[in-house]
Design a protein around this ligand. Structure first.
Ligand SMILES: Nc1ncnc2c1ncn2[C@@H]1O[C@H](COP(=O)(O)OP(=O)(O)O)[C@@H](O)[C@H]1O
Ligand SMILES: [Mg+2]
Length: 332
């Protein structure tokens, strides 16, 4: 988390790398993407997070101009990828898995890719191989590459286009732990070099570690869009409390301003509050002679929030009391 880029992307001149408005894709009865709005700012590492089947790949396909939206618009740096070839000038990426000739080596595959993009793309091959740490294996046939190496070669292929925006569909899915770590380091390195990255994922830990902003999707709809830090803040801190007289303490909590979502769970009182309200509460408990035995803040992880947003009732569950993210109500 500490290594993730700051919440506020640097103020950028010109149109945002990605602006999606009212995006819909229907396949017969099925609404794979059901009205998505999102904005990726320059400098973002933006996570498009949702369970399998949420419509991530379909959305990215529309963003890359590979399929036509049923409704809505995509703008990449202000341009429609379906209307102008230039819209994709500064953009590269791939959905699902990159495709290569397995019987050719890594470098040769990049040479073929580069030849589509004209002269100077070829000059970038060595640099791209270096960036994705495949220089040593560039002479080996891609058929013998691991899944992680192929993903990295896919990114190298994208880098040949010298993009300002990289769109990646589940780049770490299916990789072993070392492969995931390499992928994270690579994406972070690209972000540090100033590239804007949008990646889809169903892996919370990945998004939490890499991204500054996130869109959480459920069944084709965005249930939250914004800074991860804001999402966590909006959930408030949840506390667990036990006292010398829990019955009285419960009444105090319920009457106390700023103490929200009071309930009992697992033999203790749970509530949501900010620091100031907790301080006031401790005073009120003393006055009511319900003395604190334990008062512990529970950290809300992105995982808690994800499940609260993508499953059922929208309340954080799993047997652990947690705050209802109040500001998310409006977006549901
Ligand atoms: N070409 C297609 N024809 C019919 N249904 C599709 C097609 N592509 C995707 N879908 C359906 O749209 C939904 C979203 O798919 P997808 O975008 O691949 O989700 P994700 O990438 O989030 O797992 C799924 O129910 C999937 O079966
Ligand atoms: Mg997918």
């Amino acid at each position: 988390m500490t290594d993730a880029p700051p919440d506020a992307a640097p103020a950028s001149l010109g149109p945002a790398p990605v602006e999606v408005r009212g995006l819909v894709k229907r396949y017969g009865e099925l609404e794979a993407v059901a009205g998505v709005d999102l904005t990726v700012h320059a400098g973002d590492v933006y996570g498009y997070l949702g369970p399998n089947g949420a419509g991530k790949t379909t959305s990215l396909r529309m963003m890359l101009g590979l399929i036509r939206p049923t409704e809505g618009t995509v703008r990449l740096f202000g341009r429609d990828p379906l209307e102008s070839v230039q819209a994709l000038d500064d953009v590269a990426g791939f959905v699902e898995a990159p495709t290569f000739y397995p019987y050719l080596n890594g470098r040769r595959n990049l040479e073929l890719l580069g030849s589509f993009d004209g002269g100077d793309a070829r000059e970038r091959i060595e640099q791209a191989l270096e960036t994705v740490e495949l220089s040593d294996r560039a002479k080996d046939k891609v058929g013998g590459y691991s899944h992680g190496m192929r993903q990295r070669l896919g990114i190298a292929g994208a880098l040949l286009r010298n993009p300002k925006l990289l769109l990646l569909d589940e780049p770490a899915t299916g990789l072993d732990p070392a492969g995931m770590r390499d992928m994270r380091l690579l994406i972070r390195r690209l972000a540090e070099q100033g590239m804007t990255v949008m990646l889809s994922s169903h892996l919370l830990a990945e998004v939490e570690e890499l991204c500054n902003r996130v869109a959480i999707v459920r069944s084709g709809k965005i249930v939250y869009e914004g800074a991860i830090a804001d999402l966590k803040r909006s959930a408030g801190a949840t506390y667990w409390l036990t006292t010398t007289n829990d019955e009285r303490a419960l009444a105090v909590c319920r009457a106390q301003p700023g103490i929200e979502g009071v309930r009992t769970a697992h033999g203790r009182i749970a509530f949501t509050a900010d620091d100031a309200a907790v301080a006031e509460l401790s005073q009120a408990l003393i006055e009511a002679r319900a003395l604190i035995q334990m008062l512990t803040p529970q950290t809300v992880t992105l995982e808690d929030l994800f499940f609260s947003l993508t499953e059922g009732d929208g309340i954080v569950n799993g047997g652990r009391p947690a705050g209802e993210p109040a500001t998310l109500e409006a977006s549901r």
